[in-house]
Design a protein around this ligand. Structure first.
Ligand code: NCD
Length: 334
């Protein structure tokens, strides 16, 4: 686990307010983000729209996105900011412009913060270094998806401990909680960010999937993370189960027998009822219904999948306030 001094050293290379990796956040910072999320959510729309009034935020998306892009954009607008979206289709990126030049162009046009999704792991670090602007990592290749891990954390805390307990956390907030993450762990930035964050708050994380999608050395397993290949056994130990899509855009060369995969790893109602009748069901989306998850489970009472989306809007509001040193982060260099 990273000590606070190391955390500060890592993040000081980039503009304060950047969120490039969950590994850069101390537990106290995660706690402050959750507190600001709850504070902003409780404001009236008029109060909320004063937080970033007059500020300019750019969304730079080199990969497809529905939830992440829309929630960052709506969050920025609800805080009063002006937003602009640049995507790889329909911009000079198609003509071969580099990430650096695109970033400098956005900065010259007045962008004060850039939200970046990119297929290359590490791209947000490059953009943050080259522009000096706060950059929010909205997913970089197979590396990280920090805002997703934070919204998953808020969803888990709300459902397991109640909304009032989701406003501050310690190293023990998830003690006694086992979270199983099942599916294409190898290619999942969501799995990586969650596996970095949740054990630091006391959770045990079980990774589940076939060897092709979950090699023995997956994610450089650290404390609090184990592999359990038998999904039913993992479920029986879990309070939370997070299902993942097979990332077909990153899976080149890997052959899978989908019927076998469905048989062993699909979360369906028989399996849920038999092994984890109380467990909370999460999925970052997009879901491939009928493959990793059945309709009944996705739409069932144990599913918090739509809540995750709503928490995404709330968490991203706080991350934008933090990026631009507004709200409770005013004047702080975190
Ligand atoms: C995920 C992503 O893009 O990493 N989606 C998301 O942001 N909610 C997961 C995925 O694409 O399967």
């Amino acid at each position: 686990m990273r000590r606070a001094s190391e955390t500060a050293a890592v993040s000081s290379k980039y503009s304060p307010g950047s969120l490039l990796s969950v590994g850069h956040l101390s537990v106290a910072e995660v706690s402050a983000i959750l507190a600001e999320t709850a504070r902003i959510a409780a404001l009236s729309p008029a109060e909320r729209s004063a937080i970033l009034r007059g500020r300019t935020i750019a969304l730079l998306f080199y990969e497809s996105s529905t939830r992440t892009r829309t929630s960052f954009e709506l969050a920025a607008k609800s805080l009063g900011a002006t937003t602009t979206l640049v995507s790889d289709k329909s911009s000079s990126i198609e003509k071969g412009e580099s990430l650096k030049d695109t970033g400098l162009t956005l900065r010259a046009l007045g962008a004060e913060c850039i939200i970046l999704r990119h297929s290359a792991s590490g791209a947000p670090f490059v953009l943050a270094r080259e522009t000096g602007l706060p950059v929010l990592n909205a997913g970089d290749g197979m590396h990280e998806h920090p805002s997703q891990a934070l919204l998953d954390l808020r969803t888990i805390l709300n459902r397991l401990h109640g909304a009032d307990k989701a406003t501050s956390i310690t190293e023990h907030s998830l003690s006694g909680v086992t979270v199983t993450i099942t599916g294409d762990i190898l290619h999942s930035r969501v799995a990586r960010s969650n596996a970095m964050l949740l054990p630091r708050l006391g959770a045990r994380v079980l990774l589940c999937g076939p060897t092709k999608l979950l090699p023995e050395d997956a994610l450089g397993l650290g404390p609090g993370i184990e592999i359990e290949r038998d999904f039913d056994r993992a479920l029986a130990k879990s309070q939370v189960v997070m299902m993942l899509r097979i990332q077909k855009e990153r899976i080149a060369g890997i052959e899978l027998d989908l019927n076998e995969y469905i048989h062993r790893y699909q979360l369906n109602s028989e399996r849920l009822l038999a092994s984890a009748p109380q467990a909370l069901v999460l999925h970052p989306g997009p879901m491939i219904r009928g493959l990793e998850i059945s309709d009944e489970v996705a739409d069932g009472a144990q599913s918090a999948i739509e809540e995750q989306v709503a928490h995404g809007l709330a968490i991203r509001s706080a991350l934008l306030a933090r990026a631009l040193s507004a709200g409770i982060f005013k004047g702080q260099t975190i």
